[in-house]
Ligand binder design. Sequence first.
Ligand SMILES: [Zn+2]
Length: 468
Amino acid sequence: MTETNLTQEELLQNIARYAEAHEADIIRDTGRLVCIPSVEGPAEPDAPFGREARRALDCALQIAEELGLQAVNCENRIGYAAVGEDHGQGYLATITHTDVVPAGDGWEADPFTLRVQDGFLLGRGVMDDKGPSVLCLYALKYLKDTGAELRYPVRALLGCNEETGMLDLEHYLANYPTPLFCFSPDADFPLINGEKGIYHALLTSTHTPVNVLHIEGGVAANAVPAKASALVRAEKLESSNTVTAEEAEPGLWKLSAAGISGHASMPKGTVNAIGLIVDYLLEQNIPDETELPYFRFLAKLHAATDGSGLGIDSSDGRFTPLTAVGGKITTEDGRICQTIDCRYGTSTSGEAITARLREAAGAAAEIRVSGDSVPFYMDPENPAIQACIQSYRDVTGEKEAQPFTIGGGTYARHFPNATAFGPEHPERSYPDFCGPIHGVNEAACIADFTEALKIYILTLLRLEKLDY
Ligand SMILES: [Zn+2]
């Protein structure tokens, strides 16, 4: 039966019947992917992201073939399943990934064996992004099985290097035609129509240490640090509310501070431990006059997570205001190196941020930009975005669901026309045994998956009707 003459209600019923009928198959196929520990490994000639990443790609393509889809391996870097005839009219795509982050300690059972518990799937990658990869394959199978009229062929792109550099997608975009529109089930529902610019720079001191011999803190540029410490020369110091001072040897003090960590793109509620140390140094007059300009500069960075201390604060009304976080500080050969992570909207630019940093630093620091990815924004009124959000509303009954923007980066920003679209529901609550993506006991709700599959099928059918 074709979809052409169905009422919307009949169509939704067909889709629901299909999604529910394949629930067990989807769980089984997700399990086949979860049992491959596809963390990036050493490159091999036929496995550029490591042996296990390659195995996961092969497994996903094998599943695609079993479902009757065309399966294409793109030089072992990425692959895709396809449905529909391609005569150069352009194509639609989904993109997910089959690589995972390491399991980490503390799991209740083997992270690489799929478990089913009270309506939930548990295992590394069930939500990010192996389960969603399987959902995309079953969405394509629906199009094929129902003989849906496809003006545009559809590809389910299957990456295997999302977590550690997105070189999979870089390879694809350099060597294959770009999809007309693409959605990525690798984030949150309802729909992400914008991702802030992501700017990284290193602020390296130019002075020779006199009193602040060593300072270090943080684990990554993109995280607010929970811990920082310093070694300083001083006659007598006392601990404050925030900083502990211990005399290591006469005239030499060890300072340590504890903050509250969090992701650099969402610094609300965090406390930067490096900032606590820097403020203490200045309050206690520890830096000598040659060191002072650099620490005053750092204090401006750490004064506020909206960049106002440095004068780089900015807001455009589309995105939440700019964020600025100094995530990591190290000292090597007497040079102190502080990172800065900025997430910015369309009312500023990486160049403007650099210029302002140089002005604020003066001669005290060298500013080296280590990364700048411009903001990604899709008009919420774009017909393809409307097809996605309206399908979400129709399947879930959440009539008020609206697109939103984020400070992070997904696959979507690398395409001209794309969106990150589910399948997570941060607003829904789940039992305590369910862990988050990248965390311990990563979980996915089976009913949510079935609902997501319905949304993706309906969306693809509607995207087929649009002109691009
Ligand atoms: Zn992911």
